[in-house]
Write a protein of this length. Structure first.
Length: 187
C-alpha cells in the first residue's frame, strides 16, 4: 500500500489514522532520508497519539535537523505530555544549540518549559524563562514566547484576553515577570 501523505496529514489532524497505517508510516519514517517527507511522517505519528513509538520520535532530538527536532520535542512534550522524561532536552534547547539557526527549537522548549511549570517545581527552568523574558533579551520573539510560557506556568490567562480587558502589553509583561520572580524566590 502506497502512503498518501497529504491525506494522512489531514486525517492525523482529525485523529482518524488507523494503527495499521501508523505502522506503515513508522516503517517509512525509520528509513526515509527525505527530510521534508520525514517531517510530515513524524507529524502524522505525533498527531495520531502513537506513543508506542516514543523511542523513534525521541531519536529526532539527538540529530542536528532543527525542523525534525522541533517537531519531535513538540510531539513528546506538548502533544503527548511527556516533558518530565525529556527535561534534559528541554533545558539544552532552552539554552540554545548551535544547529538551531532559526531558534525554532528554542521556542518550542520555552513553551514546553512553561507548560511543565504549571504542575511542577523546577527553579532552573523557571529562572531560565525569567532570564529570557527580560526586556534586555534582544530577541523579541523569544522574549514574547518566554513571557507567554511564564504566564502559562503561573496559571495566567492568555495575553490577548488580558489586553482585551484593558491591560497593555508592557503592564502585562511586568506583572508576569514580577509574579515569576516571586515564585522563584519562594521555591
Amino acid at each position: 500500500m502506497s502512503i498518501d501523505l497529504d491525506e494522512l496529514v489531514e486525517r492525523a489532524k482529525e485523529g482518524t489514522v488507523g494503527k495499521q497505517e501508523i505502522a506503515e508510516v513508522v516503517r517509512e519514517l525509520a528509513s526515509t532520508e527525505d527530510e521534508s517527507r520525514a517531517y510530515r511522517l513524524l507529524y502524522v505519528v505525533g498527531r495520531s497519539s502513537a506513543t508506542e513509538h516514543e523511542d523513534l520520535v525521541a531519536g529526532f532530538l539527538r540529530g542536528d535537523d532543527a525542523e525534525l527536532a522541533k517537531l519531535a520535542l513538540q510531539t513528546l512534550c506538548t502533544f503527548w505530555g511527556l516533558t518530565e522524561s525529556y527535561l534534559d532536552f528541554v533545558r539544552a534547547f532552552l539554552d540554545g544549540v548551535s544547529w538551531d539557526y532559526s531558534g525554532d527549537v528554542q521556542l518550542i522548549a520555552a513553551s514546553a518549559a512553561g507548560e511543565h511549570l504549571r504542575d511542577h517545581t523546577d527553579t532552573g527552568l523557571l529562572a531560565r524563562l525569567v532570564e529570557l523574558a527580560y526586556p534586555e533579551n534582544d530577541n523579541p520573539v523569544l522574549r514574547r514566547v518566554a513571557l507567554e510560557a511564564l504566564a502559562r506556568g503561573l496559571g495566567d490567562p492568555d495575553r490577548e484576553t488580558l489586553r482585551a480587558g484593558g491591560e497593555d502589553r508592557d503592564g502585562w509583561a511586568a506583572r508576569v515577570l514580577a509574579r515569576a520572580e516571586d515564585r522563584l524566590a519562594a521555591e
